[in-house]
Design a protein around this ligand. Structure first.
Ligand code: 4AD
Ligand code: MG
Length: 442
């Protein structure tokens, strides 16, 4: 007999009605010969279904397995006090059908991933792991976080653009470029859309993009992917302090937005029960002061010596410092020689640049940004210093020829932001199908 087909998210609103629901068997509990409890999952939620009497006696019923697909007909009831089920409701089945049977025994997939499961097995079976409660919560939160970023840019009147992924210029140094053959010419997968965003300023004003960036990172760390989602923005006629204020506003807007939404804030609590919105203003610290901080707190190099001004602060000491400080840090004014060629130097101290890394406890750097060199001659010189052939960059250099302006922007690693917000050990858990050294499948 016919009944309205609903998604599980509509179950509570359908209380008292007879409905039809389809989904995957997420959990299965058999109680004697005449009762089965199924937690059904359809991606929109979880719903307990109760099967009784002859509904439990068919061959399909006695051989039912986790991850099989079924359709169930019945009335949605609120649960009596003292009983628990998702959303405190259950469907009392009067009829059900199998749609697709999943295997049992050795071939079965257990969607309850245990913390000690072999990571290679989990990565090979990512397509099935996604069905688990944790992975799906992360992906759902990710979608909401991306919505919140877009809402911020919308409120601030930024225009979204879609720059190319196939390029013939580097942005962040040649060592991490993925090169490929483009109709017989050398081309690369983009490391960052920044240079293209800069060219949009005279046309569209403030712009942003959410695009995949590619880095042939040789290092195997918990925060490096070979392909990651890069949220980048660029603004014209700003000062360095405006850039920092904007970044702080953006991150706080997104956190507020995510926590204000009931469903999303539930996901954050499920994944990161201790999450607290960071206090404002965020700490602003100069690179030079970080070098002093490392010294004073005995955070040393592997050889026992201290980091000196002019040296890159690698991942481990950066994280040690950030974890010790325990709140977001805007680390600013990095020396020119350890940063990318395009960064604007500080007029009063030309050793350093108007640059910022945003560091978060537990993860480290999640944002890299700067003011950009706006003087053409200086930029041409910077290509030389970086060993870059200026020819393929003619279009980027032209920005400084046809109406230059002070401008700046940043890139935020979406998986790193999520690893921080959702307290994931590695950015890999925040990517749908993570790519990193030695992994390009599934
Ligand atoms: O610091 P990065 O290299 O800066 C840029 O690419 C600038 N051109 C961005 C800009 O100003 N428009 O990268 C920016 C951010 C990092 O802070 C980090 O969060 C993330 O991108 N990121 C990675 N995330 C995952 N895996 C990797 N291999 C990453 N490399 C950078
Ligand atoms: Mg960086």
């Amino acid at each position: 007999p016919e009944a309205q087909q609903i998604k599980i998210r509509q179950a509570v609103a359908s209380r008292g009605k007879r409905v039809k629901v389809s989904g995957w068997v997420h959990r299965l509990r058999v109680q004697g010969k005449d009762m089965m409890f199924i937690i059904l999952r359809d991606g929109s939620g979880y719903l307990q279904c109760v099967l009784t009497g002859k509904l439990c006696h068919s061959l399909d019923a006695v051989t039912l397995t986790i991850e099989s697909t079924i359709t169930v007909w019945g009335v949605i009831n609120e649960l009596p006090e003292g009983k628990t089920a998702p959303d405190h409701h259950e469907l009392v089945a009067d009829y059900w059908e199998i749609v697709g049977k999943a295997p049992s025994g050795d071939d079965a997939f257990n969607n309850k991933v245990t913390p000690d499961a072999d990571p290679y097995y989990l990565l090979d079976n990512r397509h099935l792991v996604l069905r688990g409660e944790t992975a799906s919560a992360v992906l759902r939160a990710r979608a909401e976080v991306i919505k919140a970023f877009r809402a911020f840019y919308d409120e601030e009147h930024f225009t979204e653009v879609t720059p190319p992924c196939m390029v013939q210029t580097q942005v962040e140094g040649g060592s991490t470029l993925f090169a490929f053959n483009y109709y017989g010419e050398n081309a690369y997968l983009t490391q960052s859309s920044q240079l293209y965003l800069e060219t949009c300023l005279p046309s569209l004003g403030d712009v942003f993009c959410l695009a995949e960036s590619y880095r042939a990172e040789k290092s195997h760390t918990r925060r490096h992917l070979s392909e990651y989602s890069h949220l980048e923005a660029e603004m014209a006629f700003i000062k360095f302090d405006d850039l920092l204020d904007h970044l702080e506003n953006m991150m706080c807007f997104v956190i507020d937005r995510v926590l204000a939404d009931e469903e999303t804030s539930k996901l954050v609590k499920q994944l990161n029960p201790d999450f607290k919105k960071p206090a404002r203003p965020f700490l602003r610290m100069k690179y030079e002061d970080a070098i002093t901080y490392l010294k004073e707190n005995e955070i040393k190099k592997e050889d026992g010596s201290y980091y000196q001004f002019g040296e890159d602060i690698p991942e481990a000491p950066e994280r040690a410092m950030t974890d010790k400080i325990g709140r977001p840090i805007f680390l600013t004014h990095f020396p020119a020689e350890i940063k990318a060629f395009y960064m604007q130097k500080v007029p009063s101290d030309r050793r350093v640049t108007e640059s910022v890394d945003v560091l978060m406890p537990g993860v480290g750097e999640i944002v890299g940004g700067s003011m950009r060199m706006d003087n053409r001659e200086e930029l041409l010189e910077a290509y030389g210093t970086a060993g870059i052939d200026p020819a393929p960059y003619y279009w980027y250099t032209d920005q400084r020829k046809y109406g230059t302006t002070p401008h700046g922007g940043y890139g935020l690693g979406v998986e790193r932001f999520l690893a921080w917000l959702l307290n994931r050990y590695t950015v890999r858990d925040c990517s749908l199908y993570p790519r990193f050294t030695g992994r390009c499948t599934p």
